[in-house]
Design a protein. Structure first.
Length: 335
């Protein structure tokens, strides 16, 4: 898994090249863009929704379900993402989208989704196979962003992908396994927080998707239970139960993801929340995005969380790669 995390810049470059070969229909106005997916495939939709929160010409919505909302129809752009191509929820939803005459685009490495796409002549972004879905994020995200850009739902700045590749390459040198712990801030953070229950705070519209990605990576790579919430919503509920905790009875590690585009009132809320919870949680580890463009900054948080989840697994003597419970569940569902 460490090798896969470190290959993120190369995957992005390869995904961009592969996406450039795909033919898409002519752009037209859409009422909304619905991204179908589950697990590691679905997070691409969340990232796109955050990335284009203030820029999209139509709402971008991640849908994790067997069925579709009633509003889906001919003016809906549906992008079905399943790395394996065999995700049953996504397959069921895309078939329903076809019946509703939505414009459909598929992103997959093969399986039944590719077969369905081929039979229906839907545009297809074909990804390289052989990875865990959560490790294949660039092969799923870049085609999605390419489709949204070329169909004029939302646009990327010309150099956003290029900057992201350059930034992630530099961060890999700073955070990767070859960097000794004495000079590696993520290894140091993993050492300080190993054995604690992670609580992750992001912010809606900026770092929320990266926070969710971090939480899911902790679940799958580190095999840890992790709590997640976002500003400003958490100030209307979860702050109450956290403030009531007795620190001596718990062992938490609070992570707060931050970005320069966080709303000014959210920035103030973060500072007040930290002061209110310092006694109960023993302080917070702030993870600030790096880079200039929104895509580069968001992906810097993704890379940070991916590395931290693997280092925490190693610190606990856990193999980050297998996800045995998911495999068993799928076998039982197939019976």
């Amino acid at each position: 898994m460490l090798k896969a995390v470190g290959r993120m810049p190369e995957m992005i470059a390869e995904a961009e090249k592969l996406a450039s070969y795909v033919s898409l229909p002519a752009a037209k106005p859409y009422d909304h863009a619905l991204v179908l997916g589950m697990g590691g495939s679905a997070i691409a939709g969340d990232i796109a929704a955050d990335l284009f929160f203030k820029k999209a010409a139509a709402p971008i919505i991640a849908s994790r379900n067997y069925s579709l909302p009633n509003y889906v129809g001919e003016k809906t752009l549906v992008i079905a993402i399943s790395y394996s191509g065999n995700t049953e929820e996504t397959l069921a939803a895309v078939k329903e989208a076809d019946k509703k005459k939505a414009q459909i685009i598929c992103v997959t490495s093969g399986g039944k989704l590719k077969e369905l796409s081929d039979s229906r002549s839907w545009p297809l972004f074909l990804s390289p196979g052989g990875l865990q879905p959560r490790a294949a994020l660039p092969y799923l995200l870049i085609p999605l962003l390419t489709a949204l850009d070329r169909l004029k739902v939302a646009s990327l700045a010309p150099d956003e992908i290029k900057e992201s590749i350059s930034l992630l390459t530099r961060l890999r040198d700073e955070f990767g396994p070859a960097k000794p712990a004495r000079n590696n801030p993520i290894k140091q953070l993993a050492s300080r927080t190993a054995g604690k229950l992670p609580i992750i705070f992001g912010s809606s519209g900026t770092t929320g998707a990266a926070a969710l990605r971090f939480k899911c990576q902790l679940n799958e790579n580190s095999k840890l239970t992790a709590l997640l919430n976002v500003f400003p919503e958490l100030n209307h509920n979860e702050i109450v139960n956290l403030a009531a905790l007795k620190r001596e009875a718990h062992n938490f590690a609070l992570f707060i993801l931050r970005d320069e585009d966080d709303n000014e009132r959210v920035k103030k809320r973060i500072e007040i929340t930290k002061s209110l919870l310092v006694r109960q949680l023993g302080g917070a580890s702030e993870i600030a995005s790096q880079g200039k463009s929104p895509l580069a900054r968001l992906l810097s948080l993704v890379l940070y969380g991916d590395y931290l989840s693997v280092y925490l697994a190693i610190a606990s003597g856990v193999d980050p790669t297998p996800v045995e419970a998911i495999s068993r569940l799928k076998k039982e569902l197939a019976r």
